[in-house]
Structures are given as structure tokens and as C-alpha cells.
Design a protein around this ligand. Structure first.
Ligand code: 5AD
Ligand code: SF4
Length: 473
């Protein structure tokens, strides 16, 4: 995903001085989308309003992702373009500040300002609460590099969006409940860029979720790099896990749907699985990456589970919630992966049956143990394996979509479609659903019957009109 959240970056606060303008460009995961919004909220308090392009802005933030290959190089080439823009604007006497945030900022740190002198600010993910102060320092001519892991919790110091801003962002929202990771999978940079696992306290999360629902949000997706490792205390001081958090949030008036992502198989505990059985608001969709179906490769990846343990977890979840849709992530061509290992991955995919999945060729990330391993797999072999895996996953995704034809379900109306009068909603299983007939307002939960399934979306009609059509024909 490469979502530009320029329009999401706050509503501007300046009623006295002319508003300054910020463009936030977001790369990578949903947590970056959430972070960009929170930075936008903080900058709104500094008098910045969001704009749609770097060209219109006085401040540009690149909120970067480091998960894939050549991430840093892509950021440097984008910075080269921004440097040219800065020179032009400066020649016209205009202000133009450039900031780099996100995981590349954390990983590269001061190297960014050494390589690209036009950069004014480098701010790692754990210091976003200092963004307002950083911008003030940069405006005074300082080059700011903030990449430490401070003791204070950034979320305690970041302002919450005003209800008007939240409403503008839509009826679904993200809420980061956990950050960082202690699992240290050998291919992954996250434990280095986002740091150790930290859970936000229950009371803060309830407060933030209430703010969202009161502003009109109907669906909240809880985010964390390892979200099901979330742990905290309930109001009585007893320890609870993600299942307990979901049970608490499920009580919020106005909240129709809950989701969470991304989880680790080892942290799917009994209470969380039971929450899938007990909570109607918890949607029957689970993104639970397995990465590989070969025990040898899972061990080399330091995944801390076998392929059969993964199958067993899925069986327990399906026993609790039979209609749950499973999604995952896969890596092909991890160092040492043989044809036999890869066949094991295909076997696992066939056993599980995925509603959706993401698959990647392994790319060595500097500083991770995987990069130091022998027996790297040739690119051509990775390509071939990826194609075969993706063909199988696509087949499963199409079959899953088709299995819903004729089914009547509730969908949450999220946005207008491309054609006049068209609306786009989402099924409980995260499928996009297109409706051409009048059925309700954005934010409504409506009942539809699915008539058709494309590769990426479903088509539906209001449930009762479908019944009528059926009776007529
Ligand atoms: N190479 C390829 N894929 C990776 N991922 C993480 N690190 C790498 C890497 N070095 C994939 C994993 C993870 C997803 C977010 O990105 O599948 O679950
Ligand atoms: Fe990375 Fe996820 Fe493994 Fe943590 S559990 S190291 S975030 S792949």
C-alpha cells in the first residue's frame, strides 16, 4: 500500500495568522496512515492545514516505510526532487521545510541529513509528539534529528483530532494499541525500527475509541506490529490480553464493528479465540501471517512455531467462529529454501484456504540475521515461486468471493462509488461491496444480497429488492 494521506492531515487551527500548509505523504502500512493523522493533528495545533501536493505546501513530511528492498534509496530520490522544489521556492522568498519521518528516518537517522542537506528534520516513530517543537526549531534554522526511544509515551503528548476532523476522515478508523515487536523474525526490520513491544493502557484506548465513535466512526481497526501481544489491566487491576480489550471496546455505544491487525500465531490465546465466538461486533476476518509452510524455514526465520502448530491454531479459531476468513503473509525464497520447502508452503496454503493473502520475494534487510545467512536463492527461482504461490492464492481469493454469491449479509456503507448514486460498503470479511441502488447513507449498516463476485469486489442489491426480483422471475 502506498497511501497519500495529504487530505487527512488535520483541519488547520490558524484563525489569526494565515494558515501554513502541510503535505504528508504516507508510505507503507496502516500504522503509518494512523501516525500521519496524529502528526497532522499535532501540526493543526501549530497552525498548519493539510494540502494535496508538495507544490502547494510550506512543509512536506515523507512518512516512510522500511519493510521492502531499496526503501531508503527511494526516499533519497524523492528527497532529490524536493530539494529542487525547495531551491525554486526559496528563490521566490517562500518557506519550504522538508521532514522525513517513519521507519527509514529511524533506520538511517543523521545519515539522511548528511546525504541530503535540504532536509530540515528527521523524526523517528517514537518521537512524533515532539513534531510541533521540531517544526518550530527547523523554522528557526536548526536541522533537527530526533531518533531516540524516549521514556515518555508519545501518545500521551499527541493531541486527539477534533470531532469535525475525525468525521471528515470517514466512518472507519485505525487505533494503534500496541507498537514494536519482540519476536525478532530473522527477515524483519521492525524490532529495530519500531523498538520493543509496548502496549498502550486500556483507559487511554477506551477514551480514544470513545472520541472516535462519538464523532461518528462505526468501525475501528486496532493496530499493532504484533497486536495480539497487547496486554494491560482491566479497571479492577487484573491482567487482560487483546481478548479483554476487545470485550471492553465492544461495549462502546455506536460502535458496530471491530477488527485488529497484525497478529502472530504464538499470541492467539484462548481468550482471544473465545472473543471471536462471543462478540458479534468482532468481524470474522483474521490476518494471521505464517510466512512459510516448511518447518525448516520457519525455524531459520525464528518464527517460534511449526506449520502444524499454525494449522492447529486455525482449526481452533474456526471451531470458535466457523465463517472466519483467513488472510496471511508469505515470503518465498528465504535463504536455504529448497523446492521441497516451497512445496510445503503450497501444501499449507491448500490446507488452510485463504480469503486473501500477501506474498513477497525475500529481500535481505541490512542488519537483520537473515541477511547474513548462506544459500541465498537466485532471483529467477524466487520469481517463479512467487508466481506459482500467487496463482494459487488468487484462485482461493476468487473462490472465496464466489462462495458469497446469493448470501445475505450486513455491510457498512463507507463511501460513494465512481458512478453517480453508487455506494461502496464492506462485508464482514473485508470485501469491498458495490451497490447501485439507493439503500442508505454512508455510515449505515445495511442488509444486502450478493449477486456477483469480481476478483476484488462483490456486487449486491438491497436484500428485500433481491427477494422481490427473485419472486418476479
Ligand atoms: N523480505 C520480504 N518480505 C518481508 N516482509 C517483512 N520483511 C521482509 C523481507 N525482508 C513481509 C512479511 C511481513 C510483511 C509485512 O512483509 O511477510 O509479514
Ligand atoms: Fe517482524 Fe512481525 Fe516477526 Fe515482529 S512478528 S519480527 S513485526 S514479522
Amino acid at each position: 500500500m502506498d497511501a497519500s494521506t495529504d487530505r487527512d492531515a488535520g483541519d488547520g487551527a490558524g484563525s489569526v495568522a494565515p494558515a501554513k500548509r502541510v503535505f504528508v505523504k504516507t508510505y507503507g502500512c496502516q500504522m503509518n496512515v494512523y501516525d500521519s493523522q496524529r502528526m497532522g493533528d499535532a501540526l493543526a495545533a501549530e497552525g498548519y492545514r493539510p494540502v494535496d501536493s508538495a507544490d502547494e505546501a510550506d512543509l512536506v513530511l515523507l512518512n516512510t516505510c522500511h519493510i521492502r528492498e531499496k526503501a531508503a534509496e527511494k526516499v533519497y530520490s524523492e528527497l532529490g526532487r524536493l530539494r529542487d522544489m525547495k531551491q525554486e521556492k526559496r528563490a521566490d522568498g517562500r518557506e519550504f521545510l522538508i521532514g522525513v519521518t517513519g521507519c527509514v528516518a529511524q533506520a538511517e537517522g543523521p545519515e539522511i541529513v548528511r546525504r541530503q542537506k535540504a532536509v530540515d528534520m528527521v523524526i523517528g516513530p517514537q518521537t512524533y509528539h515532539r513534531i510541533g517543537e521540531a517544526v518550530r526549531r527547523a523554522r528557526a534554522g536548526e536541522t533537527v534529528v530526533e531518533t531516540d526511544f524516549p521514556a515518555e509515551d508519545k501518545f500521551d503528548h499527541l493531541p486527539m483530532a477534533k470531532p469535525k476532523v475525525t468525521r471528515k476522515r470517514g466512518v472507519t478508523a485505525f487505533l494503534t494499541v500496541q507498537e514494536g515487536c519482540d519476536k525478532f523474525c530473522t527477515f524483519c526490520v521492525v524490532p529495530y525500527t519500531r523498538g520493543a513491544e509496548v502496549s498502550r493502557p486500556l483507559a487511554r484506548l477506551v477514551e480514544e475509541a470513545r472520541g472516535l465513535t462519538e464523532a461518528g466512526v462505526r468501525e475501528i481497526t486496532l493496530l499493532g506490529q504484533n497486536v495480539n501481544a497487547w496486554h494491560g489491566e482491566d479497571a479492577a487491576g487484573s491482567p487482560i490480553g487483546l481478548g479483554g480489550l476487545l470485550r471492553t471496546l465492544a461495549e462502546l455505544p455506536g460502535l458496530e464493528r471491530l477488527r485488529y491487525t497484525t497478529s502472530h500465531p504464538r499470541d492467539m490465546d484462548d481468550d482471544l479465540i473465545a472473543a471471536h465466538r462471543d462478540l458479534p461486533v468482532l468481524m470474522p476476518y483474521l490476518h494471521l501471517p505464517v510466512q512459510s509452510g516448511s518447518d525448516r524455514i520457519l525455524k531459520a526465520m525464528n518464527r517460534k512455531h511449526t506449520a502444524d502448530e499454525y494449522r492447529a491454531v486455525i482449526a481452533r479459531i474456526r471451531a470458535a467462529r466457523p465463517d472466519i476468513a483467513i488472510s496471511g503473509d508469505f515470503i518465498v525464497g528465504f535463504p536455504g529454501e529448497t523446492d521441497t520447502d516451497f512445496e510445503e508452503t503450497l501444501r499449507l496454503v491448500r490446507d488452510i484456504g485463504h480469503a486473501q493473502a500477501f506474498s513477497f520475494k525475500y529481500s535481505p534487510r541490512p542488519g537483520t540475521p537473515g541477511a547474513e545467512l548462506p544459500d541465498h536463492v537466485p532471483e529467477a527461482v524466487k520469481d517463479e515461486r512467487l508466481q506459482r504461490l500467487q496463482a494459487l492464492l488468487t484462485e482461493q481469493q476468487i473462490a472465496f468471493g464466489r462462495s458469497k454469491i446469493g448470501e445475505t449479509m450486513d455491510i457498512l456503507l463507507e463511501k460513494p462509488g465512481r458512478k453517480p448514486g453508487q455506494l461502496i460498503g464492506r462485508s464482514p470479511w473485508l470485501q469491498s461491496v458495490v451497490i447501485d441502488q439507493p439503500i442508505g447513507e454512508i455510515g449505515d449498516l445495511v442488509t444486502v444480497t450478493v449477486t456477483e463476485a469480481g476478483p476484488n469486489s462483490l456486487f449486491a442489491v438491497p436484500a428485500s429488492s433481491h427477494m422481490r426480483q427473485k419472486r418476479v422471475s
